[in-house]
Design a protein around this ligand. Structure first.
Ligand code: 2RA
Length: 372
């Protein structure tokens, strides 16, 4: 595998073909209501623009989409879509699964058993002890060695932006407790969620009392918010809230950290926002917290005295700031608890929360010599 070099000139790649390594991108996007196409398209763009030398990307989908011709991504030929059941994973270095937990469960382990590394964007493997759950800026050590089973789980979008902001604070003052409320965009529900929000919004503007179908989110989202993402368990917690708790503890390496969440879907197209109360082991001045966050690459800090005093979903999407950063503002002391701070975090859920993290997992694995 060579990195950052012209094809065939890299140090240490052993593959018997010139031009680098063969990569494979796996998606059922076409079949499953195209709902994961937004993540898949960003991932392709990132891979094409990365320092990785890529010989080939093979698009995979359901049988129904097989044979469809795809245009090149950043100069890398894609060619025809292959049906998942017809793919031989032998000789493929990496498969990105972006089609949801059911497909990942059905085909992920089989792909990995051929020696192919599976980077899975679903919740299928996230809570398995033998599957790393990396956010490369936070717990890169879990990528020190390639997992024996060949599977890596990409964490959930709302967790990734949360832990990237929490980790620097944990380093300077220790985390004691986290209370998070999320405001999650429609794009978390894929293209189906996006188009439903757009068309329902038009309908409501024309007729505010219009009856709308439940659709992708179980209830109409236009000009509204829904305090439930995923099914509720017997305690009343939603699947998204459970993921926030379990994954945050796992990635930060703090299995007993109290984390409690309320996850809310809001009528916003892109970018998840989070209001977070962080209790620390010691009092931390706002300035100290800001300095800790400002020092981290990939985190954009907003101070109340700045021209733009805090991020919003639209400012992150259209404001010219990086959609690859985690944006943090409104840092303030809690009025009653002197060891607690409030934060407001916004990030593009499809970039930071999905494609970018997956691409960075791969880049980290490559830099650690997994294919040397
Ligand atoms: C959502 N977190 O926003 C999910 C997507 N993985 O619905």
């Amino acid at each position: 595998m060579n990195r950052g070099t012209a094809p065939g000139t890299g140090i240490g790649y052993r593959r018997p073909y010139v031009g680098g390594v063969k990569w494979l991108h796996s998606s059922y996007a076409y079949r499953r209501g195209r709902c994961h196409r937004c993540r898949r398209d960003r991932l392709l763009g990132l891979l094409a623009a990365s320092q990785l030398t890529i010989e080939q990307i093979v698009p995979i989908a359901s049988g129904r989409s097989a044979g469809r011709e795809l245009p090149p991504a950043g100069g890398i030929p894609l060619g025809r879509v292959i049906a998942l059941d017809d793919v031989g994973f032998t000789g493929v270095d990496v498969a990105f699964f972006t089609a949801g937990a059911a497909v990942s469960r059905r085909a992920g382990e089989k792909a990995a058993s051929t020696g192919c590394l599976v980077i899975d964007n679903s919740s299928a493997f996230r809570m398995r002890d033998d599957v790393p759950l990396p956010v490369p800026q936070v717990n890169p050590q879990v990528l020190d060695r390639r997992p024996e089973n060949g599977i890596i789980a990409n964490p959930n979008c709302s967790t990734i932006q949360l832990v990237r902001a929490l980790a620097p604070l944990h380093e300077v003052a220790g985390l004691r407790r986290v209370v998070v409320s999320t405001y999650q965009a429609a794009s978390g529900g894929g293209l189906v969620g996006l188009s439903q929000l757009a068309s329902d919004s038009r309908t409501v503007l024309d007729k505010p009392s219009a009856r709308l179908p439940a659709g992708r989110f179980g209830r109409p989202l236009a000009f509204d918010l829904i305090p439930q993402i995923g099914e509720l368990d017997e305690s009343g917690a939603s699947h998204e809230e459970r993921k926030l708790r379990q994954e945050t503890r796992c990635i930060l390496g703090l299995p007993d950290l109290p984390v409690t969440a309320t996850a809310v879907r809001v009528g916003v197209f892109h970018c998840h926002s989070e209001a977070v109360l962080v209790e620390l082991e010691r009092p931390l001045a706002v300035r100290e917290a800001e300095d800790a966050l400002a020092a981290v690459s990939g985190l954009r800090l907003y101070r109340s005295c700045d021209d733009v005093p805090y991020p919003t979903p639209r400012s992150v999407e259209f404001g010219g700031g990086s959609r690859r950063d985690v944006h943090v503002g409104r840092i303030r002391a809690d009025a009653d608890e002197r060891r607690a701070l409030w934060l407001w975090i916004v990030a593009d859920n499809l970039w930071v929360g999905a494609a970018l993290n997956a691409a960075q997992i791969l880049e980290t694995a490559v830099s650690r010599g997994w294919w040397d």
